[in-house]
Design a protein around this ligand. Sequence first.
Ligand SMILES: [Zn+2]
Ligand SMILES: [Zn+2]
Length: 254
Amino acid sequence: DSRFLAGSPQLQKKCPGYFMIGSCENGHRYAKELYCDREWCPECGEKWSEAHQRRYSRLLPKAQQLKVMGYFVIERPLKSRGKLRSKKALAREGITIRAVLSGKWEISQRRRRGERISKEQELQIRAGWFPRGITRWHYFGDVAREIREDLKCLTWGRERPETSQDGQGRRYNPHQNVMVDYGFIVPGKLERIKRSLRAALGEPDLIVHYGFTKEPAAMVHVLKYVTRATFRDWMWAPDVAADLYKFHNVRSWG
Ligand SMILES: [Zn+2]
Ligand SMILES: [Zn+2]
């Protein structure tokens, strides 16, 4: 239970910690501040904290290469969200999402059906997907609200965002953020993407949102938004928090 977990150093740790990097001849010692980077840390979880800025600046060079930014938010419906309560499940889900969006999944599906696919065809198939992308999980948040209020600067599809939540921002709601090098997606292609994600993840009711922008300021906003902490209190989902130790949240391909 959570009282037992509260003793775990993974959940509560003094932050920032210090790391001695040297001393001068007068005996002054120099220390470097070490931030724990845990989302529920009162220091690191803050908006625009050292940890947040560090996550943001690590991705900035990649984002600055984009002429246009496409942004997927992928979430399971309430009924199957419970499947993502472990580090292993989150990692596996992320791998599958990246495989679909990079075209790798289509290639392996077609090979499984007995099709022979040459290296050249492989490149052709991949060209129909996204050559580059960055993913990061948010653990909490009402996605429909986020899109309506916080991410207005993007162009979203005409259909209203599907409701994913019952307005309970503190209910565990892992959703994968994906930034890609792409703008407007024609409806037929977007449908094919949704179908593939649903089949690959075995969830016919998977919720997939897509928006895009050409404005550098909006891209910066999305990057800040995606890299922010959402798991602000480990008590919101103690089992997940305890399991997330050393989880590598940001991943990319291409
Ligand atoms: Zn910290
Ligand atoms: Zn979110």
